[in-house]
Design a protein around this ligand. Sequence first.
Ligand SMILES: Nc1ncnc2c1ncn2[C@@H]1O[C@H](COP(=O)(O)OP(=O)(O)OP(=O)(O)O)[C@@H](O)[C@H]1O
Ligand SMILES: [Mg+2]
Length: 263
Amino acid sequence: MREGRYEGSASRANFKIEAIDFSYFYGELRALKKINLRVRKNSLVTIMGPTGSGKTTFLRALNRLNDLVDNSSHSGKLLLDGEDVYAKGTDVGALRRKVGMVFALPTPLPMTIFENVAYGPRKKGVSSRAALEELVERSLKAAALWDEVKDRLDMPARQLSGGQQQRLALARVLAVEPEVILLDEPTSGLDPISTLRIEELMNQLKRSYTIIFVTHNPQQAARLQGEVAFFYLGELVEFGPAAEVFTRPRDKRTEDYITGKVG
Ligand SMILES: Nc1ncnc2c1ncn2[C@@H]1O[C@H](COP(=O)(O)OP(=O)(O)OP(=O)(O)O)[C@@H](O)[C@H]1O
Ligand SMILES: [Mg+2]
C-alpha cells in the first residue's frame, strides 16, 4: 500500500497541468463541461475538435486571458504545477510569462526581427546588448528560423512570409523562457511545407517544454506525436496516445470525427 502511495505522489508531481472537473461559462453558456485532463511535464498534447467545442476557451483559461471577458466564470480546478491558476494570490503576469501562447494569425510588432524577439526579455528587465543578442539567437534557432534571418535581423518583421512570421511568433514566446507553450491552430494560415516544419518543431520542443497544440484537423493531430484530447461541445470525449485514439477510438463521437462524419 505504502508503495502505491509513493508512486501516486511521484506521478502526480510529474503533471504540469491538471484540470479537475473544470467548467467554464460565458454568461449562461457552459463552454467547457467538467473537463478532467492531465498533461505530463515535457509532453505534447494535441486538442482536436470541431468549431465551438471549447478548445480556445481551455487554452485561454490556462493563462487567464479569459479574465477579460465580461460575465465569464469557472468552476472546478485548473492546476499548473499543482497550484490553482484561479487561486486568489495568483500573479497573472508571472503566470503569462510561464505559459506562453501562439495564435492562429501571427502579428509581429511593427519593428525589426531582432526587436520583436528582444521585446519580451527587455520587458522582463534584460538590458545588456550581449545578453539580448544571445537570447535572440537562441530563440530564433529553437524556432528553426535563424538560418533564414540571421543576415537580416534589422529587417521589419512584417516583411517575413506567413510561415516565417509564425516561427517568429514562436521565437518571441521562447525568448521569455516559458515552461508551457499553448498554440491555437498555429498552422491554419500556412502552406503544407510550413505546417510540417511547425509540426516537426513541436516534436523537438516537447523535450524541454510542456506543449498544448490546438487543431481542428484530425490528420494534423495524428501526425503530431504525443497524446490527443478530443473536445466535443465542451466535453472531453476521449484522451489517449495518438496511435490509440486514431486506431481504436473508444467513443463513437471520436470515430465519427476522425473519419470525417462530424466537424
Ligand atoms: N468571448 C466569448 N463570449 C461569449 N461566448 C464565447 C466567447 N468565446 C467563446 N464563446 C463560446 O464558447 C464556445 C466555445 O468557443 P471556443 O472559442 O472555445 O471554441 P473552439 O473549439 O476554439 O472553436 P474554433 O475551432 O471555432 O476556434 C462557443 O459556443 C462560443 O460561441
Ligand atoms: Mg478556437
